[in-house]
Ligand binder design. Structure first.
Ligand SMILES: [Ca+2]
Ligand SMILES: [Ca+2]
Length: 118
């Protein structure tokens, strides 16, 4: 029993340094009201896909503006194709998404959530 406890203690000491390593990349979300854009990057995976969700049945469409690492400062637009009805808009697969935010179509300038960086 003492030997088992020693082994568990040694294992814990070995794993401890790794438990404080922060997540390098993860899915991040940009909100504007109940609308949001979200990437699919988790853990060591990269964000190659983006989704956008219109969460308000107000006849104002929701869309995302995003950039990819392979195309630098080129902005792409992704719409939720059916507004607040079930189902989100999804981007095609591509190089890593470097930033995105959600916007809402309104009369005048469209308001947007803050940019997030996967
Ligand atoms: Ca809406
Ligand atoms: Ca929808």
């Amino acid at each position: 029993m003492v030997r088992l406890i020693q082994r568990v203690a040694i294992l814990g000491a070995l794993l401890l340094p790794f438990s404080f390593v922060p997540m390098v990349a993860g899915a991040v979300t940009s909100y504007y009201g109940s609308n949001y854009s979200y990437d699919y990057g988790t853990g060591a995976d990269y964000a190659h896909w983006l989704g956008v969700h219109d969460g308000e049945s107000d006849n104002n469409g929701a869309y995302a503006i995003y950039r990819r690492t392979s195309t630098g400062s080129t902005d792409y637009r992704l719409d939720d194709p059916n507004g607040s009805a079930a189902g989100d808009g999804n981007s095609p697969y591509g190089s890593r998404i470097s930033q995105h935010h959600v916007c809402e179509s309104q009369v005048g300038p469209d308001p947007c959530g803050i940019y997030v960086y996967p």
